[in-house]
Design a protein around this ligand. Structure first.
Ligand SMILES: *Cc1c(COP(=O)(O)O)cnc(C)c1O
Length: 362
């Protein structure tokens, strides 16, 4: 028996999506981004299915340690680097690459006397204004880093794009130009592109690309589903109807009585809610598949349940299957109804949702 709320993961499709990355960036090495618990799909599950990539990228040191403890041998890049000697020690012990983006990190490195212990990626901030050295400070940072004995050479170089998902925005080319100009005389491998960069900007392809969301079959571009880009979604989120009842004009449904019935219909209650990661802000009308057919969400999303209008499915009964996103209903579409991005939906799946490998269901 499947649990009330569960996610089915089509891990086979990861290799298909990886091939789409390769088709767009045939000359680049691939750093698969699996931070955020593999975008909600399970850190180790995704890493194990993608061991043929050149490197993994995670955000935090502890994510890298989990991968090493599970026996993964790939190069692993920690995108947020470290902030203390203790974290640096962990990077050394587990042989994780560090992003270098702050003077604090240079100070820590300068006090260490080990030889050639850690591979580093020096980050240039080309306008994202999150991590990285500004162009004016970059040469000084590079010189200081280059004097440290603890680092392996050559130093690799990275920047991150702020609006590559908007193909009209001139920001992306400005960022790429600044990156190329600032690093003109500096040796070392380069990396610029996230998924939107890989799919939308040839200029962003460099020695390394860093696909995240596209590996999970999801489009980085608003208004555009992954399937239109040739990607196959990995995750489908399912549950089932647990109650069905008639309601009549004037009845209200759910918290705050915010939804008022205007015409008699049949109400369905589905065992899924924000406690599972279904977005609380999904609007009335958000599509939900009951027995594979679309019905609209009504009322507010609560912690464990949502309610749907079964007008078009008078024979639906408790136990019938429900899909919140998956085949026939793209997570990108649900994200729009919830005024968010699909990244937050897949990342937000909670512990309670059982994750099932689709090959177990065959
Ligand atoms: C998350 C992240 C990526 C991947 O971004 P997607 O949009 O998911 O492809 C790449 N690089 C950095 C630095 C990131 O933080």
């Amino acid at each position: 028996m499947t649990p009330a709320a569960y996610a089915v993961l089509k891990l086979d499709a990861l290799q298909h999506n990886l091939q789409i990355v390769r088709n767009h960036a045939p000359h680049s090495k691939i750093m698969a981004v699996i931070k955020g618990n593999g975008y909600g799909h399970g850190l180790l599950r995704i890493a194990e299915a993608l061991q043929n990539v050149d490197a993994f990228a995670v955000a935090r040191v502890d994510e890298g340690i989990r991968l090493r403890k599970a026996g993964l041998k790939n190069r692993i890049v920690v995108l947020e680097g470290f902030t203390s000697n203790r974290e640096l020690d962990a990077l050394l012990i587990y042989q994780l690459d560090a992003l270098v983006h702050s003077v604090t990190q240079l100070d820590i490195f300068a006090n260490r006397t080990e030889r050639a212990q850690i591979a580093v990626w020096l980050k240039l901030d080309t306008g994202m204004n999150r991590l990285g050295f500004r162009a004016n400070d970059f040469n000084t940072a590079y010189q200081r880093l280059n004097e440290c004995t603890i680092i392996k050479r050559p130093i690799s170089l990275m920047t991150h794009l702020a609006s590559a998902d908007d193909k009209q925005d001139t920001m992306t080319l400005k960022q790429i130009r600044l990156f190329n100009e600032t690093l003109q005389s500096i040796p070392g491998e380069r990396s610029i592109a996230n998924s939107a960069g890989i799919l939308g900007w040839k200029e962003a392809l460099a020695d390394w690309v860093r696909p995240g969301i596209m590996l999970y079959g999801i489009s980085p571009f608003p208004g555009n589903a992954g399937e239109q880009l040739g990607l196959k979604p990995i995750m489908a989120l399912h549950s089932r109807l647990i109650a069905v009842k008639p309601i009549t004009k004037g009845d209200t449904v759910g918290y705050s009585c915010s939804w008022v019935c205007e015409k008699s219909t049949i109400l369905g209650v589905v065992a899924i809610g924000y406690g599972d990661g279904y977005p609380r802000h999904a609007k009335v009308g958000t599509p939900v598949l009951v027995n594979g057919k679309r019905v609209p969400l009504i009322g507010r999303v609560s912690m464990d349940m949502i309610t749907v209008d079964l007008q078009t499915q008078p024979n639906a009964k408790p136990g019938d299957p429900v899909t919140l996103w998956g085949e026939g209903l793209a997570v990108e579409e649900v994200a729009e109804w919830a005024e968010t991005i699909p990244y937050t939906l897949v990342c937000g799946i909670t512990q309670r949702v059982r994750q099932i490998d689709s090959s177990w269901l065959k």
